[in-house]
Design a protein around this ligand. Structure first.
Ligand code: AP5
Length: 221
């Protein structure tokens, strides 16, 4: 899943992963989990995540490589927030090639800057399962409690107005070149992320179905 901070990658990836029955691997989640557990990785990552900078490639790539080597990834994964630099994209290609796998599709959720800030300002996140809520667009059914797991809902420390703006700038500098990288390889599916959560999800599923159908046709012709 490619897109700027606040585009709805996490919201959509959680729904898509359930539908596809594959793990949702979000690169931001393990950094926050390690920080909660006060591990060396968590403390190392904190200086970057708190200010909205990207965690260095070597650290991020090693973390994702470890996650992809686990047994539950055998039937595929939905990656959210990784890769975020060209170096990470190249490392992912290498990791997949070693396993005889490849990327099927890169959904790119396109959203205007004003919408991003509005979404990030109203976001609340579950401390346990990382599900995203929004004060207006997606409030939890019971105030302060996650619908999915009953965990406590909090505001992420990197959701301050200054850090949100900086994360968007970092996205345009370091991550947006990946749009051309994947478009040139005919892997990109552009999705209009300004629509409601339900309609964005329908468009994503339609894009995945289209890839499945063209692969099936390719195999039978
Ligand atoms: P990460 O956790 O990946 O954050 P992000 O990319 O900045 O993305 P967000 O989680 O902020 O947004 P999202 O697109 O998932 O939107 P969401 O679904 O929550 O990364 C955090 C940090 O970790 C980085 O800054 C970096 O330091 C580090 N990091 C992570 N990966 C890295 C990597 N690969 N390399 C280096 N460093 C890395 O939705 C936002 C809000 O909008 C929610 O409130 C939601 O309810 C609402 N919403 C969603 N969709 C809609 C809709 N269609 N209509 C109305 N509201 C909506």
């Amino acid at each position: 899943m490619l897109g700027p901070p606040g585009a709805g990658k996490g919201t959509q990836a959680q729904l898509l992963a359930e539908w596809l029955r594959i793990p949702h691997v979000a690169s931001g989640d393990p950094f926050r989990e390690n920080l909660r557990n006060e591990t060396a990785l968590g403390l190392q990552a904190k200086q970057y995540t708190d200010t909205g900078e990207l965690v260095p490639d070597a650290v991020t790539i090693a973390m994702v490589a470890e996650r992809l080597s686990r047994r539950d990834c055998g039937n595929g994964v939905l990656l959210d927030g990784f890769p975020r630099t060209i170096r990470q994209a190249e490392a992912l290609d290498e990791m997949l090639a070693e396993r005889g796998r490849a990327i099927n599709l890169v959904p790119y959720i396109r959203v205007r800057d004003e919408t991003l800030l509005e979404r990030l300002a109203g976001r609340w996140t579950c401390r346990e399962c990382e599900a995203a809520y929004h004060g207006v667009f997606k409030p939890p059914q019971r105030g302060g409690i996650c619908d999915e797991c009953g965990g406590e809902i909090y505001q992420r420390p990197d959701d301050t107005p200054e850090t949100q703006k900086h994360r968007i700038e970092v996205y345009f500098e370091q991550t947006s070149p990946l749009i051309a990288y994947y478009r040139n390889r005919s892997l990109l599916a552009e999705i209009d992320g300004e629509q409601t959560i339900e309609v964005v999800q329908q468009d994503l599923r339609a894009a995945i179905e289209a890839v499945r159908q063209s692969r099936e046709k390719g195999q039978t012709v």
